[in-house]
Structures are given as C-alpha cells and as structure tokens.
Design a protein around this ligand. Structure first.
Ligand code: GLP
Length: 236
C-alpha cells in the first residue's frame, strides 16, 4: 500500500488525475473503474483539462462505474449516469457506448447484476479502479455487513448513507433506499486501486480502513489485502 498525503482537496485531485493519466498514457485501451460522490469531482475536472489541452486521449478508454441508485433512470439529475455524463463524459473524447453504469431502472435487478459482472469479465477486468470512501467505510455501495458480498448486487442503503446523500435531493423521501453496486470481489479484482479521501471528517474512517482489522463491518478495510493499492488523501 502506498499512502500519499497531500495538503488540500485540489492537490488530491491533481495527484489522482496524474495517476489516472499515467494509466491512460501507458495503456490507451485501459478499462477504468470510476466512482461518484464529491471526492472525484476535482479529479474529473483535471482530467477534462488534460483532455482539452491535448495531453490525454480517451478515445480507446472503456469505463465501468461502481454503482447506481435503484429506481433512477440515467436522465434523472441525481442518477450516477447523469453525474458521470455531466462531470466527465460529456467533456472528453470518450465514446459514450464505451461508458458503463449499472441500469437503475432494469426490469430485473438480478439479471442486471449478472449482466454487469459478465460485462466486466468480457472487458478483461478493470485496470485501474478509482474509489471514494463513505463515512461508515463503504466502497461503491457496499455497506457495513456481516459478510463481504462478492459480486454485483442490490444493497439496502444504511440510514446514515441515505441521510448523507439526502443533501443532493429536494426531499428526503426522494432519496433512493437501494442501489446496485459492484461487489467486493469485483473491486478487489481490479489490477490497481486508487482510493481518494479528503476532509477531516474522513480521517477516522480512513485510518480504520487502512490500519484497523479487516472486517466486512468496515468494507474498505478489505483494500489492505490488495497488492496494488494507492491512497491519495488530504484529511489533516
Ligand atoms: C456514495 C458513493 C460512493 C462514495 C461515497 C462518498 O455513497 N456510492 O462511491 O465514495 O458516496 O461520497 P463523497 O465522496 O461525496 O464523500
């Protein structure tokens, strides 16, 4: 595990973007696993700048996102598909058909989960997975649990997660209570993982995740077992 401590959200974003840029330059047909939330927004902004200045080419890149809310279609402004389009995909030269997010309005969620796992397998797995971390240690939407769920599945969101995400919705009742998320095995199968965290409020959970016991009660703690984990953080 490599832990890169930086002094600000902006520095975290620049460093993370540089790591992703290096991946794209070294392997222009990379499969990138992407994340949502406030943590990666600055990273995406920086990647857009690099693309616009001609330093980074996304034309051969494929992306798979970690998760999506159940019940929200891609056109809903709080869906993760919409987030990815507006915060990254609409501004870079990626082929939209090569960007993948679980379908939050699939008729059959179990089938959608299997389809998503099969898709990742057919793509040859994820080269670099970007992750944020929730206050309770969740990654993607793998919430604290008794077991590590291996594959893509539907998760009942914890009340604390629903509360944290309610800031983006007009009414609390509108916040989805379930999400489709990649499982722990899928995330851990990525060749490289890049975890970003920023803010004093993430300090304690980040320490528990990186140095505490490995337990499904702190899903991110499993990352300690990954052979190529880089953490870029600004939590002091
Ligand atoms: C959501 C997402 C996670 C993200 C987490 C933290 O629950 N599903 O992928 O890491 O929020 O978000 P933030 O970066 O806004 O703190």
């Amino acid at each position: 595990m490599r832990v890169i401590k930086v002094g600000s959200y902006d520095q975290m974003s620049r460093t993370a973007a540089n790591i992703i840029a290096a991946q794209i330059i070294m392997k222009p047909d990379s499969v990138l696993g992407l994340a949502t939330g406030s943590s990666p927004i600055g990273t995406y902004k920086r990647l857009i700048e690099m693309n616009k200045s001609g330093d980074l080419d996304f034309s051969g890149i494929t992306t798979v996102n970690l998760d999506e809310y159940c019940g929200l279609s891609g056109s809903h402004d709080q869906s993760y598909r919409y987030f990815m389009n507006t915060n990254l995909f609409d501004h870079i030269n990626i082929k939209k058909e090569n960007t993948h997010v679980p379908d939050g309005v699939a008729a059959d969620y179990d089938e959608e989960c299997r389809r998503y796992d099969k898709l990742i397998e057919e793509l040859g797995g994820i080269d670099l997975q970007l992750l944020g971390i929730g206050h309770n240690g969740h990654i993607g939407f793998n919430e604290p649990d008794e077991v590590f769920e291996k594959y893509t599945h539907v998760m009942d969101l914890k009340q604390s997660t629903i509360d944290a995400n309610s800031r983006f919705f007009a009414k609390k009742e509108d916040v989805p209570m379930q999400a489709i998320t990649m499982g722990i095995k899928t995330i851990m199968s990525a060749k490289k993982i890049l975890l970003i965290a920023s803010g004093a409020d993430k300090k304690e959970i980040l320490e528990r995740a990186l140095y505490g016991p490995i337990t499904p009660n702190v899903p991110a703690s499993v990352l300690q077992l990954h052979p190529d984990l880089t953490v870029v953080c600004s939590v002091d």
